[in-house]
Design a protein around this ligand. Structure first.
Ligand code: ZN
Length: 264
């Protein structure tokens, strides 16, 4: 069986500037995610790393055309992501590429584009405990979470309201020590692509070294992988009357010339 082609995109800025983040992720957050995935499925996954500072942010046509699932971590440099690359990611997701957005990626340009909403949330940095409850235990993304929840001793708080469209499926809901709750594991379908947002990942805690967090990302990669054939998004082609599957006669007027391309 051919391997799943996974690209991990990391803006890779905090790890080079902040001593705390550097001490936790000396090789970058992407390296920790890669190690976590390889721990569970090295023989199933073919992983590529892409970072903001690479040409075209490492997301060239060639890289994206050879990616089944794109994982995205970004925080302080969302604005530096070129719109042309956002267009490319969006197009590819609509065509069937899986897209996993982590933590502060809630404000990443391609995520906001695909959601079409503010994606805003409440937050607080107080090193609080988070308990992510599995609210959909039969979902493949929750596979292997025996206790019915994941507990993170110290993390940043994200709270509702979360400015997302209602998820097609919700896998986790978080409770925080300070009392807030948050939809922390959410699935959507956009076009032919599957999208999963997963909240854990604040950069000043070793979240991506937690085996259960890595298990969820691994499960999400397998869930988001394209299952059918790749489908290019339709460009609204006209079907001329004489090419209808059954013979028909045109009635009434028509606003457009037959064979005219695109929707007007
Ligand atoms: Zn954070």
């Amino acid at each position: 069986m051919s391997k799943l082609r996974v690209t991990i995109w990391n803006e890779f800025v905090h790890e080079k500037k902040n001593a705390t983040v550097q001490s936790i992720y000396p090789d970058g957050i992407h390296a920790a995610i890669e190690a976590g995935l390889n721990e569970l499925g090295a023989d199933e996954l073919d992983i590529t790393i892409a970072t903001l500072d690479m040409p075209e942010h490492g997301l060239t046509e060639e890289v994206l055309n050879n990616t089944d699932v794109l994982i995205w971590w970004g925080h302080c440099a969302h604005g530096q992501v070129e719109d042309a690359i956002v267009d490319r990611v969006q197009e590819r997701v609509l065509g069937g590429m899986g897209f996993i957005v982590l933590h502060s990626g809630h404000f990443a340009k391609p995520f906001k584009r695909l959601m079409g909403t503010s994606c805003a949330l409440k937050w607080r940095e107080a090193g609080e405990k988070e308990r992510l409850w599995v609210c959909n235990p039969g979902h493949p993304i929750a596979a292997g979470i025996e206790d019915g929840f994941i507990e993170l001793e110290q993390t940043e708080m994200y709270g509702e309201p979360f400015g997302i469209p209602s998820p097609d499926e919700q896998v986790f809901i978080s409770w925080f020590e300070g009392g807030e709750v948050f939809r922390s594991g959410n699935c959507w379908i956009r076009g032919n692509g599957k999208i999963f947002y997963f909240r854990p990942g604040h950069e000043t805690y070793p979240i991506y070294k937690n085996p259960t967090v890595c298990r969820v990302i691994y499960n999400a990669v397998k869930w988001a992988a394209p299952q059918g054939r790749w489908v290019e998004p339709l460009k609204a082609p006209n079907v001329p009357v004489d090419q209808a599957r059954e013979k028909i006669t045109a009635k009434g007027g028509s606003l457009h010339a037959e064979g005219e391309a695109g929707f007007r």
